[in-house]
Design a protein around this ligand. Structure first.
Ligand code: CUA
Length: 183
C-alpha cells in the first residue's frame, strides 16, 4: 500500500512533453516487419521485466529509434527513456486500429496496421506516463495499457547545462499542485 501511495505522489509531478517539437514521418510497414523491429529492440535493450505479466522494460540508447507496438490488448513493450533526450518513437499496430494516448502529456495518435509513424519526442519531465487506447478495439479495449518511464537527466548533464530556460512550469497541465520534495 505504501508503494501505491508513493507512486501516486509521483503522478502528481507529471508534466507534458515537448510537444512543440512533435513531428511525424509515416512509412509503410507490415505487421511482421514491425514486430521484428520491436523484438530486436527488446532483445537488445531490455533492462528488466515487470512482475505481473513479465512485460519487458526496454531502455533504448539516447537518440535512437524506439518501437512501440499496439495490439489487442496491450502496448508493447514498456519503455524507459531519458529526460531531455530526443527519440524517434515508432508506432504501429499488428492487428486493427488503436489509439495511442499518452497521459498526462496529451499526445494522441491514431495507430493503424501497415503504417509506421515516427514521432520525434523529447520527454521534458521525469516520471511515469501511462499509455491508454482511445480507439475502441474490442472487449478488452479499456485494459489496453502501456507505460513509459522517464529517467531524470544525468547529474553530469545537469552540472554542465548552460541555463536552458525551464519551460515545464508553463506546460504543466495537472490540476493538482506540484509536490516539491527535497531529499
Ligand atoms: Cu486498442 Cu482500444
Amino acid at each position: 500500500l505504501t508503494w501505491c501511495l508513493i507512486m501516486f505522489a509521483m503522478m502528481v509531478g507529471w508534466h507534458i512533453w515537448g510537444t512543440q517539437n512533435l513531428s511525424t514521418e509515416t512509412y509503410r510497414t507490415t505487421p511482421d516487419k514491425f514486430m521484428a523491429k520491436v523484438q530486436a529492440m527488446v532483445d537488445k535493450h531490455t533492462v528488466r521485466t515487470e512482475t505481473d505479466e513479465k512485460t519487458p522494460v526496454v531502455a533504448p540508447p539516447p537518440g535512437s529509434d524506439v518501437y512501440l507496438l499496439g495490439q489487442m490488448w496491450r502496448w508493447y513493450p514498456a519503455l524507459e527513456l531519458e529526460e531531455g533526450v530526443s527519440y524517434t518513437l515508432h508506432l504501429s499496430s499488428i492487428d486493427i486500429n488503436h489509439g495511442f494516448s499518452l497521459y498526462p502529456a496529451n499526445i494522441n495518435f491514431q495507430v493503424m496496421p501497415g503504417y509506421d509513424y515516427g514521432l520525434v519526442i523529447k520527454p521534458n519531465k521525469p516520471g511515469e506516463y501511462r499509455i491508454v487506447c482511445n480507439e475502441f478495439c474490442g472487449v478488452n479495449h479499456h485494459n489496453m495499457l502501456g507505460r513509459i518511464v522517464v529517467r531524470p537527466a544525468k547529474q553530469v548533464a545537469q552540472a554542465t547545462s548552460q541555463g536552458t530556460p525551464q519551460t515545464a512550469q508553463t506546460l504543466q497541465m495537472t490540476p493538482m499542485p506540484v509536490q516539491e520534495t527535497t531529499r
